[in-house]
Write a protein that binds this ligand. Sequence first.
Ligand SMILES: *Cc1c(COP(=O)(O)O)cnc(C)c1O
Length: 382
Amino acid sequence: MKVPFYVPFIDEEEVNEVISAIKSNWLSKGPKSVEFENQFSKSVESPYAVALNSCTAGLHLSQLALGIGPGDEVITTPYTFAATANTILHCGAKPIFIDIEPATLNINAKLIEQAITPRTKAIIPVHFAGFPCDMDPILEIAQQRKLVVIEDAAHAVYTKYKNRPIGSIGDITCFSFYATKNLTTGEGGMITTRNEETANRVRVMSQHGMSRNAWNRYSGRGSWYYEVEEAGFKYNMTDLQAAMGLVQLKKLERMQKLRMQHARRYTELLSGCEELILPIETPENRHAWHLYPIRLDIKRLRITRDEMVERLSQAGIGCSVHFIPVPYHPVYQKLGYDLADYPETTKVYEAIFSLPLYPGLTGEQVQYVAQSVLSIIRDERI
Ligand SMILES: *Cc1c(COP(=O)(O)O)cnc(C)c1O
């Protein structure tokens, strides 16, 4: 049996909507993007949303819009995709990595306070795999110390923290619609915020710093006039992407049910195995199940994580590793980050890998993956 690591959940409806967007002649950011922004912001219970070409663009513009610049420090997790930290560097600021909490693999909120200096301006929590960070203590510290909170919600399109949707909590939340994410537009992103001024700033900065976007320029008054307020970026979404996003958003509930079913089935099948640590769910939060990462108790096994991933690949199963911790990358090493400062992250990284998890998996595939993992462990127990 073959089980690829990821297969997107796309059918004729996305194809037809993208074709109709092309035929409408509006190819760049226009009415479809506005509709996508409106529907997305409703779905996460946030009044403002701005559609962008990636989550990375969202993280970059969020920090610029909230005034982060050279000399500032931004607190985040080392256990994330490089984009989270790269965008801090893009602003000329310095990433301060706080080690993770092993149970959830999210930033350890208890360690934030001691890392705050007079230069600290923001906290960027990442909801790893779709499980929410513990936001209450993070918001409390941010309020006391006058910091802004920008959430990296690349994995958290459907996540809820204590009944509040991710997207309605921090100062700005950044979502990703990259090809492998829970809701995809191929490439794409969205920021949501409760602050109208912040939303406008991000919108203007996403289109060259022009005071009116292309949609307004050519509609309504039919005016050719615009002004460039600051040297902005070209970070907007296109209507082709938004057409696909609208269909994906309509399907989100169904896609999430399937993800949850498969994740719970993995947990059921793997939970008896003492050499494994499985991802957790809690009753007060809603997990988006972007990933199903499992950890090996490597002291009890004759094989390493790398060998495990290779054996599964030989059995036709695609696995991946989320993430190579940011301070491991050469660019961060050269900046002087020391791996020894993040012991929990280091321990997790040696032992973790992600199983295939997407809506289109069949029950037989889930069972085959779980049985393959268990049978390798059975053979390699010490
Ligand atoms: C995918 C991802 C991003 C980047 O998203 P893009 O839309 O590809 O820019 C940022 N942070 C995390 C945690 C991610 O997984």
